[in-house]
Design a protein around this ligand. Sequence first.
Ligand code: SF4
Length: 342
Amino acid sequence: MHEAMLYTPLQDGKVGCQLCARRCTISDGKLGYCRVRKNEEGTLYSLVYGKACSANPDPIEKKPLWHFHPGSLVMSIATVGCNFRCQFCQNWQISHEREIFGRDLLPDKIVELALKTGCSGVSYTYTEPTIFFEYAYDTAKIAKQKGLFNTFVTNGYLTPEAIETIAPYLDAATVDFKGNANPKFYERYCHVPSVDPIFTALKAMKNAGIHIEITNLVVTDVGDDVKDAEKLAKWIVEELGEETPLHLLRFYPHHQMSNLPPTSIKALEAAANASTQAGLKYVYLGNVPGHQGANTICANCGALLIERLGVHTTSVRLTRQGHCPACNLPIPIILPEDLSST
Ligand code: SF4
């Protein structure tokens, strides 16, 4: 067991965890909501430090990060546990798991593995990185020293304190909304009492200079209201900027919501139109292989700039400076140093 970060001792042997917006008060001998943080006689421990249930190189496009080092590989790390209980979770076998399992893999070994497999960075993903914060933090520090970048794929429910702590080592984050960010959807299908902390976290990440991409899982019938999609897009434009990439993801039946059909392409396209009309310049459709909505189009002249198929970038047509070759508009994409342009 590894002592936790960001907690305070309280009265009667209890502790207060300040990692995520649940801010659990945990009695002696008990676990937090995420089931991977335990109070032992007034000390809070992480039960998953060094226990990787996944450690694989992935294309960065899978996160999805489409405006950050396209074409790169990232060592993708997860442990069991989560601070949400989404009924549609596609990784529920690890995120909702009660038993701690995983291969022993300490932070320096993750970085070694990343370098050996040709990864340019480490991604903390699949389950919620906030709940394995200490493991991610120590790995991210070593990764940075070795010239790798770090990215979180997160539900955004982390506290401003957690963001301030990880920010010096965190280069990019994919923040995942569900059901067009509708608060009732979150309450009913994710057991999350409020979406407000996610918006607060996004502003804190932006202020810390972290590259942000947003996903929104559009869920058939119960989380596909186009007015909600428009509201979310307007908030992104106002608070994070019109160039923030938004990925509208197709829902597929999973776990306790396997009775619903996949999101219709029509519903996804309606959400995309509403988001574009709200002012967002880079709106993508995800989980729909072969759809044109996965490509990057110049926001000024409409030239095709980046083509993608599934989770792979198949061609990049940007100048070396990252501009549109047709009209010279600067495109807000952070390119790897070795990506040659055409
Ligand atoms: S990280 Fe876990 S223990 Fe800490 S506040 Fe969140 S759910 Fe509770």
